[in-house]
Write a protein of this length. Structure first.
Length: 143
């Protein structure tokens, strides 16, 4: 990944807050021209710094979805290819490297248990995935 300057970091932060913001709105927020925002956004996408834009549902829209956390053990030399393969699965909405027994932690979101089962199979079939453990998220803990 390339080095990011302050404007790049502010642009990314603004997009995290509102991924649907217009170029004009982003330019106003950052205090730069529209062409600066467009050029930087194009570069961040082309270099892979920004890999995708996603949809985040409100609580009402996501209550019936299946959520899970998957811990994944990866064969060392295949870490990059495994990560690329997993990022292509749209149901894996977040993927993080970690330390300890597991190499990657993935957040899985599907509409049905059948879709969830398919995603588990697809992950386990990726060359270089040695082992995995998945936990369904049942309900938010309340104090």
């Amino acid at each position: 990944m390339q080095s990011l300057d302050q404007t790049d970091r502010h642009l990314i932060a603004a997009l995290k807050q509102d991924g649907r913001a217009s170029i004009t709105t982003l330019a106003h927020t950052l205090g730069v021209s529209r062409s600066t925002v467009q050029t930087r956004l194009d570069r961040l996408i082309a270099t892979g710094t920004i890999q995708r834009f996603t949809v985040e549902l409100d609580a009402m829209g996501s209550d019936d979805r299946v959520h899970a956390v998957m811990m994944i053990e990866v064969e060392g030399p295949r870490a990059r290819s495994v990560t690329r393969a997993l990022r292509r699965l749209p149901e894996i909405t977040a993927l993080h490297t970690t330390n300890g027994k597991w190499d990657l932690i993935g957040w899985i979101e599907t509409g049905t248990l059948a879709e969830f089962d398919r995603v588990l199979r697809e992950v386990r079939e990726v060359q270089g995935v040695l082992n995995s453990e998945t936990c369904l998220l049942l309900d938010a803990a309340k104090a």
